[in-house]
Ligand binder design. Structure first.
Ligand code: PBG
Length: 327
């Protein structure tokens, strides 16, 4: 008998064998593409720290939504960039605010061909850039913010959104949104809860994309990157409050959290590959330091392998096209 008797390499010998035994496949239908739309733009505009991602005009957003559907992506997550901001973020609630207008535009264009989702948070609409309303002494006020989120949820549902994504990390946000939607007759609108959302430096390029007014940080509401058990508590609360899906964010630096959340709950788990994760890969690829497409697909495969069934990624449309050629 020659040694070694057991040879795992046999299953790696040819592309056909490797394809046969591959444990994880990313399906385009599980990818969600975040899109930005800016009020008043007539032409789309580049975002320097997110190469390939655009601030859309209303027109270019509609076209991009159709392309995303043609690529087979599972969802579109909309973010609005208003022309005017105020301390209460009233543009997020106004039916004629840019995000609500964009929801109507995209739903009219693509109907049910993909899941139209919207960010449910005040930070794009507030003049101070925080995700909530401030008290007189500048603290983010949980409970008055909840009332604003409830109104915002109903406005987004009235605009036709299929799924709302409360991302502000206020205590009780999922419950208040669920109750407000139900009370307004929108029982069918689902809640994708940003359940475990960390106070991460990986959101940097996103802040350019939405022209964030924030000074300081979000550490009094988003989680400490050091904590895992706290995520499980946040996730359990969100599920109890009625979350239909729970999300972990960012993704790649938090795969242990994705995996633990997957094991802890029965609802679908999503992960958000955030702007900084995307930008790092794009920057390294632009320097010729890594193979862009391979790294892109490797990161998505890893996030799926860790337990995320739904992945939000700025590469969604391109990755969907690559994956369709592959399988
Ligand atoms: C909040 C929100 C943010 C992101 C998604 N929703 C910004 C923040 O929490 O500071 C970041 C996404 C990314 O970096 O790609 N509206």
């Amino acid at each position: 008998m020659s040694y070694p008797e057991i040879r795992p390499r046999r299953l790696r010998r040819t592309p056909a064998i490797r394809r046969l035994v591959s444990e994880t496949r990313v399906d385009p239908a599980e990818l969600v593409v975040p899109m930005f739309v800016k009020e008043g733009l007539t032409e789309p505009r580049a975002i320097s720290s997110l190469p390939g991602v655009l601030q859309h005009s209303r027109d270019s957003l509609r076209k991009a939504a159709v392309e995303a559907v043609q690529a087979g992506v599972g969802g579109i997550m909309l973010f609005g960039v208003p022309e005017q901001r105020d301390p209460t973020g009233s543009g997020g609630i106004d039916p004629n605010g840019i995000l609500n207008v964009a929801i109507r535009d995209v739903v009219a264009e693509v109907g049910d061909a993909t899941v139209v989702m919207s960010d449910l948070c005040l930070d794009e609409f507030t003049s101070h850039g925080h995700c909530g309303l401030l008290t007189a002494d500048g603290e983010v006020d949980n409970d008055s913010t909840l009332a604003a989120y409830a109104e915002m949820a109903v406005a987004q549902a009235a605009a036709g959104v299929g799924m709302v994504g409360p991302s502000g990390m206020m205590d009780g946000q999922v419950g208040v949104v669920r109750r407000a939607l139900d009370a307004a007759g929108h029982q069918d609108v689902a809640v994708l809860a940003y359940a475990a959302k960390y106070a991460s430096a990986f959101y940097g390029p996103f802040r350019e994309a939405v022209e964030s007014a924030l000074e300081g940080d979000r550490r009094t509401y988003q989680q400490d990157p050091a904590n895992l058990r706290e995520s499980l508590r946040e996730v359990a609360l969100d599920v109890a409050e009625g979350a239909d899906l729970v999300m972990v964010k960012p993704a790649l630096p938090y795969l242990d959290v994705v995996s633990a959340v997957r094991a802890a709950v029965d609802v679908p788990v999503a992960a958000y590959q955030v702007s900084g994760e995307y930008a790092m890969v794009e920057a390294a690829a632009a320097n010729g330091w890594i193979d862009r497409e391979r790294v892109m697909l490797e990161t998505l495969t890893s996030i799926k392998r860790a337990g995320a069934q739904v992945i939000l990624t700025y590469w969604a449309v391109e990755a969907a096209e690559l994956l369709r050629q592959r399988y």
